[in-house]
Write a protein that binds this ligand. Structure first.
Ligand code: HEM
Length: 301
């Protein structure tokens, strides 16, 4: 490794296990990440505002059915959201759905902890959160969660394109594929990082270390210190940029946010190519993919 390269200094962990933030990532890319992050927060806040307007458009005198009863409502969240008891009634769909959900929850917590570690603990307390045994456990849990997430996505894709039961429609394809890209690039970035700057505790990042071993086996030292570093950086950028987006219900058709609800993104009965009682794969998926056959006609954001 070239000794004076500042971008590689961030990869080194000379005092023991410590999350290597911005390893092989130059300053311009770091600034881009923060600017894009602020932009994403702005768009997110605008989305919340649009939903808030929909909620506020309700009848002022309507009974408040969904307030109070905190214990009961928390129980429903635990059972149906976290426990996925409804989706698990269909074993295959429930299994991949639970994997995707929990993979996402754990990776979300992991990404949030990484931000807190770097932008709060380091900056304000001059210490680090993701170091030592806690960091090693963090790596092992996140690699496992990422793999479960990826397998869940692949099972979902198999169902959508191969077994294709009549009630599975293609409106969310972009989200699924972008999540696959994010997960796969995440692992490859980790694997390349462990190849460029190996550490004795790499085995805790067991999926990434497996990929790094492949790089050691098939790429020489020249590849690792040359093309592998460029690949690491470009995949890092792709990984950060491929954040999934949901279908954006266009406000061009109507200025009213009440016309942009989740229900508009559900299929209309006419979009089905076979009757609901018909089991097995659809004969053709093309009809269900035309914009006019879906209740959501907005452009993808
Ligand atoms: C939908 C959101 C995201 C998902 C599903 C996701 C998924 C993953 C997965 C599966 C890995 C490999 C396992 C691991 O090290 O945790 C990973 C690694 C990584 N992710 Fe993400 N990620 C997301 C968002 C982000 C964002 C916004 C960033 C900021 C740039 C980021 C930066 C990284 C980095 C730098 C690595 C490599 C870590 C290493 O070298 O050990 N991720 N991601």
């Amino acid at each position: 490794m070239p000794p004076h390269d500042p971008t590689l200094t961030a990869c080194l962990q000379p005092t023991g296990p410590l999350r290597p933030t911005f390893c092989n990532v130059p300053e311009w890319a770091q600034v881009t990440l923060y600017v894009a992050g602020l932009l994403a927060i702005g768009i997110f806040a605008y989305g919340i505002y649009r939903h808030w307007r929909v909620w506020m458009a309700g009848q002022p005198g309507a009974p408040a059915r969904n307030t109070g009863r905190w214990g009961e409502r928390a129980g429903l969240v635990a059972r149906y959201v976290l426990g996925q008891s409804k989706t698990l009634e269909r074993r295959y769909a429930g299994l991949f759905h639970t994997g995707i959900l929990w993979g996402f929850i754990l990776l979300f917590i992991g990404t949030a902890l990484a931000t807190i570690d770097w932008d709060v603990f380091r900056l304000f307390f001059a210490t680090r959160l993701l170091g030592g045994p806690f960091y090693l456990g963090y790596e092992a849990v996140l690699d496992t969660a990422g793999l479960v997430f990826t397998v869940g996505l692949l099972l979902a894709i198999w169902r959508r394109y191969v077994t294709a039961p009549h009630h599975v429609l293609g409106a969310w394809d972009f989200v699924i594929w972008s999540l696959v890209v994010v997960n796969v690039t995440g692992f490859v970035v980790e694997g390349l990082r462990l190849a460029i700057a190996p550490v004795a505790w790499g085995g805790y990042s067991w999926v990434g270390q497996g990929l790094a071993n492949l790089v050691f086996a098939f790429g020489g030292a020249e590849f690792i210190q040359g093309p592998a570093r460029s690949l690491h950086l470009w995949l890092w950028l792709l990984h950060a940029a491929a954040a999934p987006r949901r279908r954006w219900c266009s406000s061009r058709r109507s200025r009213s946010p009440t016309r942009c609800t989740w229900s508009r993104c559900r299929p209309t009965p006419s979009s089905r190519t076979s009757s609901p009682s018909e089991p097995g794969p659809r004969s053709s998926r093309s009809t269900s993919r035309t914009p006019s056959s879906s209740a959501c006609r907005g452009s993808a954001s």
